[in-house]
Design a protein around this ligand. Structure first.
Ligand SMILES: *[C@@H]1O[C@H](CO)[C@@H](O)[C@H](O)[C@H]1NC(C)=O
Length: 334
């Protein structure tokens, strides 16, 4: 108890160094004078891992909140807390599109996982936010599985299942269509190109196999190569291992501001016992990892080396991730 109080006091002192004044909800627009002329590659933003999993709406026999819940705020809550990049994993369940968190558990040769927020509620959350905020929102779609097919082997989406999802996602207001939508590298566009006059929502599609965007490529949907992030998680439950893994990757990949777009995956992955309920839940792991971002990252930052996406589980409405992103944008990026 005394040790943890000491650590709490220490971390308060250390984290007091980089944190700037609290940012408003529309933090991009509020800082457009500083950020507007910069390409995305020269900007840091906060992001949410497995962003739809703040609720558990059914799932398989061996899944529960402890091994599938990654967030506690809804998409709208995360947007209001400052997150601007969302890892969305669409699944089909009972014929409807939902977010999900599933994996193939080889030990029992079975797919296991849960469903999170429905795609319909993700869309209404985004629209509620953009009705009052001119901000840029990036959605990254991946891990798309048809869970209605029986859990010995979930198939990935077919072309028709992707197209039906895109059609539903066209309910998102302010989908952003770039000047050369099928060839543009989105990381080279300035922030003002997206949000000078209105909010902007970009949907990036990362299929496990392939998908033809067809006409959707002219309507706000992009291939992952058009927002190609270096994105390699540590795949460990050990905090110190994850920290050194991610900071080493950052230093190796981001040697100049024009180095490839970089996602800092500040996330822990449960080990086998934890998945079985013997140990920390995903949210407990997140609560161990998240506070260390604010102390471990700042000493590694420079004008050449900084991440573009600060990617975390259990995104909180405490202003810290936005404050760190804006510290990077003010003191290191230019
Ligand atoms: C989108 O998600 C996939 C799967 O997690 C990942 O490989 C890819 O790097 C992500 N794209 C971006 C732009 O982060």
């Amino acid at each position: 108890m005394r040790a943890s109080l000491f650590l709490l006091a220490l971390s308060t002192v250390v984290s007091a160094i980089p944190v700037k004044r609290a940012q408003p909800v529309n933090w991009m627009q509020a800082n457009i004078g500083l950020l507007g002329s910069r390409p995305l590659r020269h900007i840091a933003i906060p992001g949410s891992h497995d962003a739809g999993m703040s609720q558990i709406n059914g799932g398989t026999a061996f899944s529960d909140a402890a091994n599938t819940q990654t967030q506690t705020l809804s998409i709208n809550g995360q947007l209001n807390a400052g997150s601007r990049y969302f890892d969305i994993r669409p699944v089909i369940t009972d014929g409807q599109y939902s977010t999900g968190h599933y994996s193939d558990v080889s030990a029992i040769d079975s797919w296991q996982g849960s469903n999170g927020q429905s795609i319909a509620s993700v869309i209404s959350d985004i629209n509620a936010f953009t009705s009052t905020n001119n901000e840029l929102i990036i959605i990254n779609l991946s891990h798309a599985y048809d869970t209605d097919a029986g859990n010995s082997n979930y198939p990935i989406f077919t072309q028709a299942q992707w197209e039906a999802l895109f059609t539903q996602l066209e309910g998102i207001n302010h989908l952003f269509v770039a000047p050369n939508p099928t060839t543009v590298d989105l990381t080279t566009l300035t922030l003002s190109t997206f949000i000078a006059k209105s909010p902007a929502v970009v949907v990036v599609v990362q299929p496990d196999d392939s998908v033809d965007l067809g006409a959707f490529a002219q309507r706000g949907f992009y291939q992952y190569s058009q927002l190609n992030a270096y994105n390699e998680y540590a795949d460990t439950a050990v905090l110190s291992t994850m920290e050194s893994d991610q900071l080493t990757k950052l230093a190796a990949q981001r040697t100049t501001p024009d180095s490839s777009y970089f996602l800092l995956s500040w996330t822990l992955t449960q080990d086998t016992l934890e998945v079985l309920g013997l140990g920390d839940s995903i949210l407990q792991l997140a609560n161990n990892a998240d506070p260390t971002l604010y102390t471990a990252l700042p000493p590694k930052l420079s004008a050449n080396t900084y991440p573009n996406i600060l990617y975390i589980d259990n995104f909180q409405n405490d202003g810290k991730a936005v404050a760190l992103a804006m510290t990077i944008n003010t003191n290191f990026a230019s």
